[in-house]
Design a protein around this ligand. Structure first.
Ligand SMILES: [Zn+2]
Length: 180
């Protein structure tokens, strides 16, 4: 997996880029939580669930169906999130789906069960450019940790900052046109 910090970079970039009128602060926080939530499946290691099992790490909780269901939950709670229903659904589903998709770009572990429950096949992206990190990786004090941080800065944070800046620029331009 990329580290939790990098998973939340995706909703933060999109949410901040789109701005608080579309993505309320509560919705932004919910999206960041949704982007980190899939890795709760590591509890399975303690419960002796096999890694390759449908409910093992990178299985069901990393699927697009799981992301869809979280989106539906956000839709039903949209008023509490101070957001419209469609943005609430789309943003939370996107945030959760981004987790599994990002994991497919990592250099280790098993693939990601994106299509669960339709298929238990595990997927990787054609380019596995993100150095995989484990929960025991010391980010600042080991060569391995430095390599993980470098690859996440390059392949996650840099694109995320670009997306955020692009969305921000588009939003400002749209607002300026509407002001005329
Ligand atoms: Zn993961």
């Amino acid at each position: 997996m990329p580290t939790i910090m990098s998973h939340i970079a995706v909703p933060l970039a999109v949410g901040i880029g789109l701005g608080p009128r579309i993505i309320s602060r509560r919705l932004l926080i919910t999206g960041t939580l949704a982007s980190a939530l899939p890795d709760l499946d590591v509890i399975g290691f303690r419960l002796h669930v096999d890694y390759a099992d449908a409910f093992g790490h990178r299985g069901a909780t990393h699927s697009l169906v799981f992301a869809f269901l979280l989106g539906v939950l956000a839709l039903t709670l949209a008023s509490r999130l101070h957001a419209n229903r469609l943005p609430a659904f789309l943003f939370v589903a996107f945030s959760a789906a981004s987790h599994g998709l990002l994991d497919t770009f990592t250099s280790g572990g098993l693939g990601v069960g994106l299509l669960w429950p339709l298929s238990e096949r595990r997927f990787f992206a054609p380019w596995r450019v993100i150095e995989v990190s484990s929960f025991g990786t010391h980010l600042f004090s080991s060569p391995r940790g430095v390599a993980v941080m470098y690859s996440e800065l390059l392949w996650v944070w840099l694109p995320a900052i670009c997306v955020c800046a692009l969305l921000y620029a588009l939003r400002r331009r749209y607002a300026a046109q509407n002001d005329k």
